[in-house]
Design a protein around this ligand. Sequence first.
Ligand SMILES: [Zn+2]
Length: 284
Amino acid sequence: MTQLEARDATVDELLRAHTVEHVEGIRDACEAATANDSLVALDYDTTVSPASWAAALGSVGAALSATEAVLAGTVRNAFAACRPPGHHATRDRAMGFCLFNNVAVAARALLASPQVRRVLIVDWDVHHGNGTQDIFYQDPDVFFLSLHQSGHYPGTGSPDESGVGLGAGTTLNVPLPAGTAAEVYRRRFTEALARATSSFSPDFIVVSAGFDVMAGDPLGGQRLEPADLYAMTVELSQLAQRFCGGRLAVCLEGGYEVQRLGQGVVAVLRALAGIEMSDGRLSS
Ligand SMILES: [Zn+2]
């Protein structure tokens, strides 16, 4: 395993997925927090501190560094430890702890490279990735697949939200009720991947990996264990092998029970590295 230092994102890179007003608004809020040495609330659960501007640029930069390293062939695949998370940030709005949309900026950067024409984003966070959906809703070059807990924050992500205009058919939402059995979840995951790739052939796969989908998370209600995430990551690796030379970058989204988050991330890392689960539970 190779540990890479992430670079910072530039403002120009942010503007590939966000409006000027949004980027300036976040910068102004962070400057106000710095000037007053205080916290500034953007909405009821999204707050910035004097350190947030640097953290946000570093978080997007981690997703960019990960995808760049994979594209360059420096590493076979990558995991980016992004925080703050990104998938709720829309083109023009911060929400749900997210300031900028890490995976969306990374996907747009990939599409600016001549090697990549189509990107598949797979979002298994327990919450719907409304921001990522918003940014690519009309974009035929990015397929957005989200599995999330039905009726949960932020309330979007119904199956009839499937894209518009040129992007019609390149959004796939799979809401699952709280408490869905892991084997049912896994089956739906496999079916959704098959459906997404039946009409869309990606040159790169980016994952919004939310570990709040694991059993015991205080902000979720699903039942996945590290072994499930291990198996799902193996499945994505195989899909990436089939379609795009193994190009796969996994980016951290939610996950609010620290011990479980750690266990889940280790399982995903082991799957990416092609080694067995440490506790003897192998993928099925
Ligand atoms: Zn989440």
